[in-house]
Design a protein around this ligand. Structure first.
Ligand code: UD1
Length: 417
């Protein structure tokens, strides 16, 4: 296992290219199962979760070939089983359930276990697919689903689940008749998936709003599709500029998709401006102020940026309250930040952060993907040396993070733990 050793205190200056979005690429790659012709994806990030998805696709009968940032998937004989060995390493594997049921009328997908940031059940996916005619039972840790042919239905989600919306959207493209999905997730990654499905021949309206309508079609073809840039990676680099008092130009950077994050960072004292159509410059006006943050489904402040903005708040002036409303147990970065000298008090779903003059480098442990990112950010700002252990979490979601940061002035070394 590797760790990152960070010498803090260097302001980051220069340009960083934002990679393709992990959370858009995962469902869009999984949607290959629906298509009867080859698909070429570009701007695919080279990340562990994407390699896992490609392995899973191959097992399901859709061999995927990675070349640089391009993935080509060729459909052949579909098989219905997603084995536990792969699912246990990546919860998003459950996204093959909808497409398999739509194409094969059967699916056997290992039940993803709990994860570090909460129980994360898939009950909303299953009840919605049942409304479309699927039946499920649990056999030796596997969800077994069957249906004759999925039929259009009117589905209201109790909560706008991102994965649930994506699973149902994919399933509905090949169902008989019209499916109306209400109270769906409006996340940009859902919109990217819908645009991809439309490029393959699906009939979808309303993506990006809370009601999506899908007219089932008899088959989907292939296409060439560019994955959207990663808004969470971009937001993480924005915080990196702010926390080090630097000046970064982020190229191919999402902007509207980051509105809530940009508004909050500006309010805290960052200067964030568009440069041309696709680049964003992030600087600092010399004074960081703590602000309150509450995570919400899109277009609210994303839970995937909560840990990173908290790192920024630890050295801002004043106090801010961070409330996590999407996941239980998503504050595992807090005790680690405290080990670096941060002043954070936890109470249930709320953390009160009081800014300190400076953080001090320390050995810390990464517990999940975004918590890891917040520790790297804290290490960049801290005085002295920070050792971030268990960074395999980081490699699931950030492409070559230390290379990208070192190219703009960070001093990070990867070494065995
Ligand atoms: C996706 C993202 C993740 C992000 C999250 C919220 C991917 C691969 N992952 O995760 O990075 O943090 O959206 O923006 O895109 N829930 C249920 N029952 C269900 C489904 C969800 O209770 O059937 C609960 C979950 O436990 C969680 C909340 O709803 O507390 C949000 O989950 P969901 O929106 O489904 O997130 P994911 O798709 O898992």
């Amino acid at each position: 296992m590797d760790k990152l050793v960070i010498q803090g205190g260097a302001p980051l200056r220069g340009a960083i290219a934002v990679s393709g979005s992990k959370n858009a690429a995962l469902p869009i790659l999984m949607a290959s199962i629906l298509a009867e012709e080859p698909i070429t994806y570009t701007n695919v990030p080279r990340l562990r979760d994407i390699f896992t998805t490609n392995k899973l696709l191959a097992i399901l009968g859709c061999p995927a070939e990675f070349d640089g940032h391009t993935v080509t998937v060729t459909p052949c004989d579909l098989k219905p089983e997603a084995p536990y060995d792969l699912v246990k390493t990546m919860r998003a594997s459950v996204l093959c359930l909808g497409p398999l049921l739509a194409r094969l009328g059967e699916a056997r997908v290992a039940l993803p276990g709990g994860c570090a940031i909460g129980a994360r059940p898939v009950d909303l996916h299953l009840t919605a697919l049942e409304k479309m005619g699927a039946t499920f039972d649990l056999d030796s840790g596997y969800i077994q689903g069957h249906c004759k042919k999925l039929r259009g239905a009117h589905i209201h989600f109790d909560f706008p689940t991102v994965g649930g919306t994506e699973n149902l959207l994919m399933a509905a493209t090949l169902a008989e008749g019209e499916t109306v999905l209400e109270n769906v997730a409006r996340e940009p990654e859902v919109v990217d998936l819908a645009n991809f499905l439309i490029a393959c021949g699906a009939k979808i309206e309303g993506h990006g709003s809370s009601i999506i309508k899908v007219q089932g079609v008899s088959r989907l073809g292939g296409c060439e599709y560019r994955i959207m840039p990663d808004r969470i990676e971009a937001g993480t680099f924005m915080v990196a500029a702010g926390i080090t008092g630097g000046d970064l130009l982020l190229t191919d950077c999402p902007f509207e998709e980051l509105e809530a994050v940009i508004a909050k960072l500006r309010d805290m004292g960052l200067v964030i401006e568009r440069e041309g159509a696709r680049d964003v410059r992030v600087t600092h006006n010399g004074h960081l102020r703590a602000r309150d943050v509450t995570t919400r489904p899109f277009p609210g402040f994303p839970t995937d940026m909560q840990a990173q903005i908290m790192a920024l708040m630890t050295i801002a002036s004043g106090a801010g309250v961070v409330e996590e409303t999407i996941f239980e147990n998503r504050f595992m970065h807090v005790p680690e930040l405290v080990r670096m000298g941060a002043d954070v008090k936890l109470s249930g779903h709320t953390a009160v952060v009081r800014g300190v003059q400076r953080l001090i480098g320390a050995p810390v442990m990464a517990s999940d993907l975004r918590a890891s990112a917040s520790l790297v950010l804290a290490g960049l700002a801290a005085q002295g040396e920070t050792h971030v252990q268990r960074i395999y979490h980081l490699d699931r979601g950030y492409e070559r993070i230390e290379e990208k940061l070192n190219a703009v002035g960070a001093r990070i070394t990867r070494m065995p733990e």
